[in-house]
Every structure is written in C-alpha cells, then in structure tokens.
Design a protein around this ligand. Structure first.
Ligand code: AMP
Ligand code: GLY
Length: 422
C-alpha cells in the first residue's frame, strides 16, 4: 500500500513512525517532510499548502490513502480536492475544518448547541469592538477569527492592552485577513487539557488526554509557542471529567456538525479548560496537536492506519482504539531565540540507539548531515510505567542529543506531577 502524509513537523514524524508499524504499508511519502522524517519516509519537495501539486502527486503515484495533518491544507480544502480524484483521506473536508478555521464559526456553533465555552461577542467593526472594551470585565481575551499560526490569541490583563490588541488585529492587520473579524471573550481559569479524538462523524473515540506547555520558558514564563513539551495522560482529566466531556462536549460537537451539514471526519482536537463551573471548550482544532501527538501516539496500542480508515469509512464504532496504561513525556528542543528570531544550520547529533524516540520538526539534510532549520527542532519522547519515570527518561534522552544554540524547558511535566501529589 502507498501512503502519503501531508506536513513536515514533529507531529507528522510521530504519525509516520506509528503508521510504519503496519506491515501492509510498502511506502510512505511525506510532503514535504523534513531531514529527520527522511529517515522514515520518502520526502517529496511539495509544500503542505500547494494543493494542486499535492493532488497531482497523489494521482501520479496512485496513492492508496492520504493523511492531511496540518490545519492550513485542511482549511484550504486538500481533502476535498483529493477526494474528487478518488483518493481516500484522513482529515475533515474544508466545510468541517472551519471549526478551526473560523473562531466565530466555532463560537456560534457552541452557543447554538449549548456546548460549554467562554461567554463572547464577535466584531467585524473596530469602533464597536473598542467601545465594548470600555466597559467589559478585565482580564479579557481577544482572538483573531482566522488561522494565525497559533499566535492569534491575546490575554489582555489591562484595558489598554485589550485596546492595543484590537487595534493591532483590526487596523494594523498583524495577522492579515485573519484579524479582520475578532472574538472578544470572557477570561476563564483552571487547568488546561488537550483531548484528541478520532471521529467518523457519528462515533467519537477520544485518545489518551495530554497536557501541553505553551510558554517558551520554565514556570510558564515567556512568549507563547507552538508547544515546548507534553505529558500524557493529563492528571486533571479524571474519569469523571472524561464522562462529563463526552456527554456535554464531544458528542454534542460531533452531532452539531452533522446538523450543520458539515460532518467532521478525522481527528478533532478539544482544547479544554477545567473551570470551577466544569469543563469548557477553549478552542477546537481540526487536526492532531503538535506536540500532543508525540506523546499520544506512542501510547496507542491499536493499528493507526486501521483507525484512520475507519474514520473515513464510517466504521469507527466497530474499530478498536486502545491505549497503553502508561505515561509519556515529550521534551521539545528548540533553537535559542524561538519563538522569535534564531540562527539555523547547526549540526544535530542524535545517537542511533535513541533515534526511534526522537520526532524531528525543524531540521534539514545537508550533505548527509542533519542540521537545524526551524524554531522547534525536535522532540524526545519517553514512555514509562509512571509519570516521574517518563519525565526522567525524556530528559535523559535530551542529555544525549546535542546541537549548538539548543534550548529546552527544564520543567516539562512538573505541573502534572504536582497535580498527582495534590
Ligand atoms: P490558542 O492559541 O487558541 O490555543 O490559545 C492560546 C492559549 O490562550 C490557550 O492555551 C489558553 O491558555 C489561553 N486562552 C484562550 N482562551 C482563553 C480564555 N477564554 N480564558 C483564559 N485563557 C484563554
Ligand atoms: N499544541 C497545540 C496545537 O497543536 O495547536
């Protein structure tokens, strides 16, 4: 079987490594992949947003099944375009991907179907937004409507910050068209939980929960990043919380999408906050999270390709989705300066015997050597029976990997450990 995975980060590396456990797969192409993924798949120099080239490649190579991993191609309609040519895909079509592509769409969906989320107002006129901010409660959260590389959310701790945020999005257009409409919403408090769930549009099978660490530096200081590390499972996601989420959030969301004529197939990511009033949705993503995938998939016991195909065929109810009763920790090693500017081109040393635990994100091949090419360079994941062991093992892996200008958080999993002790 010929498989194609669209994307080229740590998440895609984790998906590819898991897929490779299926012996029916003869070849996996990664579009575009990266220097590290090249050791596990055939990388093809086609960008993840180049839908025409992706479809042409898939047709030419007679791809049997395609996995579209990043948000951009999903929102741009990569799945629709591939399906038109008869190529089955993992991932939502463009209409369903709007659950991530437009925050206004997702907020209105939740309001219409009574799915718990922060109270909000939406604005397409800057003056109205600024007027609203004069009297609203502070802190307040400002969100650009469209995709903004994970940077379109500003938590304003003062009224001035809130006013500046709206101006920068709506008149200075720092996020381009994504910020021409904004959501202004209530500031919620409580621990955050990421839950990725497989769904075929009817059945929802949540994966093991996880905890991301979004800030660049220890103790949750510094700028927001794509994620500096993860642990799974998330201790705040108890059995009771999980049952409540299934009843009040997961099933209602999937059913709402069907009622709206946008059945969602693929991986639906629920970004949740466990507030004093119960779990609420902070955001939906229409895809696997990064670096959540790097701790979730290593714990998956069932065959990934079988599950993916079941989401496409609508047979998820009869498909086994089982996770190991273990813990995983992923520590991201980044280039010093990330998420702002950083230098690239430094050689990366990963001992062969730990390569299977490493998911490469921002690295290129240069004359047969792996060199840094991105902000988040790689993630090292360890699986163990307990959380302390998983954390310990992950940091041991990190200590064996080296490149110039590397930086990483030293406290991945610390908050989860504290929660376990409480
Ligand atoms: P996002 O880019 O949508 O993942 O949001 C970034 C982060 O902003 C989230 O992980 C939360 O920590 C925070 N956030 C988003 N919405 C809210 C909210 N309504 N109240 C408090 N924090 C929020
Ligand atoms: N780790 C957060 C995300 O993938 O959006």
């Amino acid at each position: 079987m010929k498989i194609m995975v669209v994307g080229g980060g740590g998440r895609e590396h984790a998906i590819i490594k898991k897929l490779k456990e299926n012996k029916d797969i003869d070849v996996i192409y990664a579009l575009p992949g990266n220097g590290g993924i090249a050791r596990d798949a055939v990388c093809v120099n086609i960008g993840a947003k180049d839908i025409t080239a992706i479809v042409d490649f898939a047709v030419k190579e007679k791809i049997d099944y395609a996995v579209v991993a990043p948000d951009d191609p999903l929102v741009l309609g990569a799945v629709d375009a591939l399906n038109e040519k008869g190529i089955p895909c993992f991932g939502p079509d463009a209409k369903a991907a709007e659950i991530e592509g437009s925050k206004i769409f997702s907020k209105n969906l939740m309001k219409k179907y009574g799915i718990p989320t922060a109270e909000y107002e939406t604005f397409d006129n800057e003056n109205d937004a600024l007027k609203y901010l004069e009297t609203c409660k502070i802190p307040i959260v400002i969100k650009a409507d469209g995709l903004a590389l994970g940077k379109g959310v500003i938590i304003a701790m003062t009224r001035d910050e809130a006013l500046d945020a709206v101006k920068s999005m709506m008149s200075d257009k720092v996020f381009g068209q994504s910020g021409s409409r904004v959501v202004i919403e209530e500031f919620l408090t409580g621990p955050e939980v990421s839950v990725l769930a497989f769904t075929d549009g009817k059945t929802v099978k949540p994966m093991v929960s996880s905890m991301d660490h979004k800030r660049a530096h220890d103790n949750d200081e510094g700028l927001n990043t794509g994620g500096m590390g993860t642990v799974a499972p998330n201790p705040y996601y108890t059995k009771e919380v999980a049952e409540l989420c299934m009843k009040t959030i997961f099933l209602p969301t999937v059913n709402a999408m069907v009622k709206e004529g946008r059945p969602f197939k693929g991986c639906l990511y629920f970004g949740l906050m466990i507030t004093p009033d119960g779990p609420k949705v902070i955001e939906y993503n229409c895809r696997f999270g990064d670096p959540e995938t790097q701790v979730v998939l290593p714990l998956l016991k069932s065959d990934l390709l079988t599950i993916m195909k079941a989401t496409t065929d609508g047979t998820l109810d009869e498909t086994e989705v089982v996770f190991e009763d273990k813990h995983a920790c992923c520590v991201i090693m980044a280039s010093n300066g990330y998420p702002q500017s950083y230098e690239k081109g430094f050689e990366i040393n990963i001992p062969d015997e730990i390569a299977s635990n490493v998911y490469v994100a921002g690295a290129a091949d240069k004359d047969g050597k792996l060199v840094t090419s991105g902000g988040r360079v790689l993630g090292a994941t360890a699986v163990a029976d307990t959380l302390p062991e998983a954390i310990n093992e992950a940091y041991k892996l990190v200590s064996r990997i080296s490149f110039d200008n590397a930086f990483y958080r030293k406290d991945i999993g610390a908050r989860a450990l504290k929660a376990l002790e409480e």
